[in-house]
Design a protein around this ligand. Structure first.
Ligand code: GCO
Length: 257
Protein backbone atom coordinates (compact mmCIF):
# COMPACT_ATOMS: atom_id res chain seq x y z
CA UNK A 1 0.00 0.00 0.00
CA UNK A 2 1.39 3.48 -0.86
CA UNK A 3 2.33 5.89 1.90
CA UNK A 4 -0.63 8.11 0.97
CA UNK A 5 -3.05 5.19 1.17
CA UNK A 6 -1.56 4.27 4.56
CA UNK A 7 -1.85 7.85 5.82
CA UNK A 8 -5.25 8.79 4.40
CA UNK A 9 -6.89 5.45 3.54
CA UNK A 10 -9.67 3.87 5.61
CA UNK A 11 -9.19 0.24 4.53
CA UNK A 12 -10.00 -2.13 7.38
CA UNK A 13 -12.10 0.49 9.20
CA UNK A 14 -15.85 0.36 9.91
CA UNK A 15 -17.65 3.69 9.82
CA UNK A 16 -21.13 4.41 11.17
CA UNK A 17 -22.65 7.65 9.88
CA UNK A 18 -25.85 8.84 11.52
CA UNK A 19 -28.41 10.69 9.41
CA UNK A 20 -26.84 9.44 6.19
CA UNK A 21 -29.73 8.59 3.86
CA UNK A 22 -29.34 12.04 2.30
CA UNK A 23 -27.49 15.34 2.39
CA UNK A 24 -24.17 15.80 4.15
CA UNK A 25 -24.38 12.41 5.89
CA UNK A 26 -24.86 10.61 2.59
CA UNK A 27 -21.83 12.42 1.12
CA UNK A 28 -19.69 11.51 4.14
CA UNK A 29 -20.80 7.86 3.99
CA UNK A 30 -20.00 7.71 0.28
CA UNK A 31 -16.59 9.31 0.87
CA UNK A 32 -15.70 6.89 3.66
CA UNK A 33 -16.69 3.96 1.40
CA UNK A 34 -14.59 5.35 -1.47
CA UNK A 35 -11.66 5.62 0.97
CA UNK A 36 -11.99 1.90 1.72
CA UNK A 37 -14.05 1.75 4.91
CA UNK A 38 -16.93 -0.66 5.50
CA UNK A 39 -19.80 1.78 5.93
CA UNK A 40 -23.03 1.54 7.91
CA UNK A 41 -25.62 4.16 7.03
CA UNK A 42 -28.26 5.17 9.55
CA UNK A 43 -31.57 6.95 9.63
CA UNK A 44 -35.04 6.39 11.08
CA UNK A 45 -36.61 5.28 7.78
CA UNK A 46 -35.57 1.83 6.53
CA UNK A 47 -37.12 2.69 3.16
CA UNK A 48 -34.94 5.81 2.74
CA UNK A 49 -31.88 3.83 3.86
CA UNK A 50 -32.59 1.07 1.34
CA UNK A 51 -32.92 3.65 -1.45
CA UNK A 52 -29.63 5.30 -0.43
CA UNK A 53 -27.86 1.93 -0.21
CA UNK A 54 -29.12 1.00 -3.67
CA UNK A 55 -27.90 4.29 -5.14
CA UNK A 56 -24.47 3.65 -3.66
CA UNK A 57 -24.51 0.02 -4.87
CA UNK A 58 -25.27 1.28 -8.38
CA UNK A 59 -21.95 3.15 -8.09
CA UNK A 60 -20.15 0.00 -6.90
CA UNK A 61 -20.15 0.97 -3.22
CA UNK A 62 -21.67 -1.69 -0.92
CA UNK A 63 -22.90 -0.31 2.41
CA UNK A 64 -25.07 -1.81 5.13
CA UNK A 65 -28.05 -0.11 6.76
CA UNK A 66 -28.95 0.25 10.44
CA UNK A 67 -32.19 2.03 11.23
CA UNK A 68 -32.53 3.48 14.73
CA UNK A 69 -33.74 6.74 16.25
CA UNK A 70 -30.68 8.69 17.39
CA UNK A 71 -32.81 10.58 19.93
CA UNK A 72 -33.78 7.39 21.81
CA UNK A 73 -31.04 6.60 24.33
CA UNK A 74 -32.08 2.98 24.94
CA UNK A 75 -32.66 2.22 21.24
CA UNK A 76 -29.22 3.65 20.44
CA UNK A 77 -27.52 1.64 23.19
CA UNK A 78 -29.23 -1.54 22.00
CA UNK A 79 -28.37 -1.00 18.32
CA UNK A 80 -24.71 -0.22 19.01
CA UNK A 81 -24.17 -3.04 21.54
CA UNK A 82 -25.92 -5.50 19.20
CA UNK A 83 -23.65 -4.44 16.33
CA UNK A 84 -20.50 -4.73 18.44
CA UNK A 85 -21.53 -8.07 19.98
CA UNK A 86 -22.20 -9.41 16.46
CA UNK A 87 -18.49 -8.82 15.72
CA UNK A 88 -18.71 -5.44 13.96
CA UNK A 89 -16.45 -2.98 15.84
CA UNK A 90 -17.28 0.64 14.98
CA UNK A 91 -13.88 2.28 14.48
CA UNK A 92 -15.20 5.54 12.99
CA UNK A 93 -18.37 7.33 14.14
CA UNK A 94 -19.72 10.36 12.30
CA UNK A 95 -22.43 12.01 14.43
CA UNK A 96 -24.17 13.79 11.61
CA UNK A 97 -27.93 13.48 12.20
CA UNK A 98 -29.52 16.92 12.28
CA UNK A 99 -32.64 18.88 11.44
CA UNK A 100 -33.50 22.52 10.92
CA UNK A 101 -36.64 24.45 11.87
CA UNK A 102 -36.96 28.13 11.09
CA UNK A 103 -39.21 30.49 13.07
CA UNK A 104 -38.91 33.71 15.08
CA UNK A 105 -37.69 32.75 18.56
CA UNK A 106 -40.62 34.47 20.25
CA UNK A 107 -42.96 32.21 18.28
CA UNK A 108 -40.85 29.04 18.44
CA UNK A 109 -42.94 26.13 19.77
CA UNK A 110 -41.49 24.22 22.73
CA UNK A 111 -42.05 20.97 20.83
CA UNK A 112 -39.99 22.27 17.89
CA UNK A 113 -37.24 23.45 20.29
CA UNK A 114 -37.11 19.99 21.87
CA UNK A 115 -37.06 18.28 18.47
CA UNK A 116 -34.11 20.38 17.27
CA UNK A 117 -32.11 19.96 20.49
CA UNK A 118 -32.92 16.22 20.74
CA UNK A 119 -31.88 15.49 17.14
CA UNK A 120 -28.91 17.84 16.76
CA UNK A 121 -27.32 17.79 20.24
CA UNK A 122 -28.69 15.07 22.50
CA UNK A 123 -28.15 12.46 19.77
CA UNK A 124 -24.41 13.20 19.76
CA UNK A 125 -24.37 12.31 23.46
CA UNK A 126 -26.49 9.17 23.03
CA UNK A 127 -24.61 7.72 20.06
CA UNK A 128 -21.21 9.07 21.13
CA UNK A 129 -21.47 7.50 24.58
CA UNK A 130 -22.75 4.15 23.25
CA UNK A 131 -19.91 3.87 20.72
CA UNK A 132 -17.20 5.29 22.99
CA UNK A 133 -17.84 2.58 25.62
CA UNK A 134 -16.54 0.06 23.06
CA UNK A 135 -13.77 2.28 21.63
CA UNK A 136 -12.41 2.81 25.15
CA UNK A 137 -12.03 -0.97 25.57
CA UNK A 138 -10.11 -1.13 22.28
CA UNK A 139 -8.07 1.97 23.17
CA UNK A 140 -8.72 3.45 19.76
CA UNK A 141 -11.45 5.09 17.70
CA UNK A 142 -12.44 8.18 15.74
CA UNK A 143 -15.48 10.36 16.40
CA UNK A 144 -16.36 13.19 14.02
CA UNK A 145 -19.25 15.44 15.04
CA UNK A 146 -21.06 17.60 12.51
CA UNK A 147 -20.99 21.09 13.95
CA UNK A 148 -21.86 24.17 11.87
CA UNK A 149 -20.82 27.71 11.07
CA UNK A 150 -23.63 28.28 13.55
CA UNK A 151 -21.48 26.79 16.25
CA UNK A 152 -19.95 30.29 16.17
CA UNK A 153 -22.42 32.59 14.38
CA UNK A 154 -26.16 33.15 14.82
CA UNK A 155 -28.89 34.15 12.39
CA UNK A 156 -32.42 35.27 13.21
CA UNK A 157 -35.05 32.50 12.84
CA UNK A 158 -32.63 29.60 13.49
CA UNK A 159 -31.54 30.29 17.08
CA UNK A 160 -32.44 26.81 18.43
CA UNK A 161 -30.37 25.26 15.64
CA UNK A 162 -27.44 27.58 16.46
CA UNK A 163 -27.79 26.75 20.17
CA UNK A 164 -27.71 23.04 19.34
CA UNK A 165 -24.62 23.37 17.14
CA UNK A 166 -22.85 25.54 19.72
CA UNK A 167 -23.46 22.67 22.11
CA UNK A 168 -22.07 20.12 19.65
CA UNK A 169 -18.86 22.18 19.37
CA UNK A 170 -18.35 22.13 23.13
CA UNK A 171 -19.44 18.48 23.39
CA UNK A 172 -16.73 17.70 20.82
CA UNK A 173 -14.11 19.44 22.95
CA UNK A 174 -15.45 17.75 26.08
CA UNK A 175 -15.32 14.31 24.47
CA UNK A 176 -11.65 15.04 23.66
CA UNK A 177 -11.00 15.90 27.31
CA UNK A 178 -12.70 12.69 28.47
CA UNK A 179 -11.64 10.15 25.84
CA UNK A 180 -8.38 11.22 24.13
CA UNK A 181 -6.53 9.42 26.96
CA UNK A 182 -8.07 6.19 25.64
CA UNK A 183 -6.43 6.46 22.24
CA UNK A 184 -9.48 8.12 20.65
CA UNK A 185 -9.55 11.21 18.45
CA UNK A 186 -12.71 13.32 18.61
CA UNK A 187 -13.08 16.28 16.27
CA UNK A 188 -15.76 18.28 14.49
CA UNK A 189 -16.53 19.48 11.00
CA UNK A 190 -18.39 22.79 10.75
CA UNK A 191 -20.06 23.18 7.35
CA UNK A 192 -20.96 26.61 6.09
CA UNK A 193 -23.81 26.98 3.61
CA UNK A 194 -24.15 23.87 1.42
CA UNK A 195 -26.85 22.94 -1.05
CA UNK A 196 -28.77 20.12 0.66
CA UNK A 197 -32.36 19.15 1.42
CA UNK A 198 -31.99 21.06 4.70
CA UNK A 199 -31.20 24.34 2.90
CA UNK A 200 -33.35 23.90 -0.21
CA UNK A 201 -35.75 26.68 0.86
CA UNK A 202 -32.79 29.06 1.13
CA UNK A 203 -31.24 27.98 -2.17
CA UNK A 204 -34.55 28.72 -3.89
CA UNK A 205 -34.72 32.17 -2.23
CA UNK A 206 -32.96 34.48 -4.69
CA UNK A 207 -32.56 37.26 -2.12
CA UNK A 208 -30.98 34.92 0.43
CA UNK A 209 -28.64 33.38 -2.14
CA UNK A 210 -27.57 36.83 -3.27
CA UNK A 211 -26.89 37.88 0.34
CA UNK A 212 -24.95 34.65 0.99
CA UNK A 213 -22.80 34.99 -2.10
CA UNK A 214 -21.82 38.51 -1.00
CA UNK A 215 -21.35 37.49 2.67
CA UNK A 216 -19.10 34.51 1.84
CA UNK A 217 -15.51 35.28 0.74
CA UNK A 218 -15.68 32.35 -1.73
CA UNK A 219 -18.87 34.02 -3.07
CA UNK A 220 -20.79 30.77 -3.55
CA UNK A 221 -22.68 27.90 -1.90
CA UNK A 222 -20.65 24.80 -1.06
CA UNK A 223 -21.19 21.37 -2.63
CA UNK A 224 -21.41 18.50 -0.09
CA UNK A 225 -18.57 16.64 -1.81
CA UNK A 226 -16.32 19.47 -0.57
CA UNK A 227 -16.78 18.20 3.00
CA UNK A 228 -15.54 14.68 2.26
CA UNK A 229 -11.79 15.38 2.21
CA UNK A 230 -11.85 16.89 5.70
CA UNK A 231 -13.92 14.00 7.04
CA UNK A 232 -11.65 11.36 5.52
CA UNK A 233 -8.59 13.20 6.87
CA UNK A 234 -10.04 13.29 10.40
CA UNK A 235 -11.05 9.61 10.13
CA UNK A 236 -7.59 8.56 8.89
CA UNK A 237 -4.33 7.61 10.65
CA UNK A 238 -2.80 10.92 9.50
CA UNK A 239 -4.96 12.76 12.09
CA UNK A 240 -3.74 10.65 15.01
CA UNK A 241 -2.70 13.70 17.04
CA UNK A 242 -5.58 15.99 16.00
CA UNK A 243 -8.01 16.16 18.93
CA UNK A 244 -10.80 18.43 20.08
CA UNK A 245 -10.60 20.54 16.93
CA UNK A 246 -13.50 21.87 14.86
CA UNK A 247 -12.60 22.46 11.22
CA UNK A 248 -14.78 25.07 9.51
CA UNK A 249 -15.45 24.17 5.87
CA UNK A 250 -17.36 27.32 5.02
CA UNK A 251 -15.80 29.28 2.15
CA UNK A 252 -14.38 31.73 4.69
CA UNK A 253 -17.69 33.03 6.09
CA UNK A 254 -16.60 32.69 9.75
CA UNK A 255 -13.31 34.46 8.96
CA UNK A 256 -15.00 37.60 7.68
CA UNK A 257 -17.31 40.43 8.76
C1 GCO B 1 -29.95 28.52 7.89
C2 GCO B 1 -29.19 27.28 7.45
C3 GCO B 1 -27.90 27.15 8.27
C4 GCO B 1 -26.95 26.16 7.62
C5 GCO B 1 -26.22 25.28 8.58
C6 GCO B 1 -25.06 24.57 7.91
O1 GCO B 1 -31.18 28.46 7.99
O2 GCO B 1 -29.27 29.55 8.10
O3 GCO B 1 -29.98 26.10 7.61
O4 GCO B 1 -28.25 26.83 9.59
O5 GCO B 1 -27.58 25.30 6.77
O6 GCO B 1 -25.73 26.03 9.61
O7 GCO B 1 -24.12 24.19 8.84
Amino acid sequence: MSNVETMFGLKGQTALVTGSSQGIGYALAKGFAQAGAAVIINGRSQDKLDKAAQTLADEGLEVTTLAFDVTDHEAVRYAIDDLEESGTPITILANNAGIQHRSALEDFAESDWNRVIDTNLNSVFHVGQAVARHMIKRKSGKIINTCSLMSELGRASVTPYAASKGGVQMLTRGMCCEWARHGMQINGIAPGYFKTELTSALVEDADFSSWLEHRTPAQRWGDVEELVGTAVFLASPSAGFVNGQVIFVDGGITASL
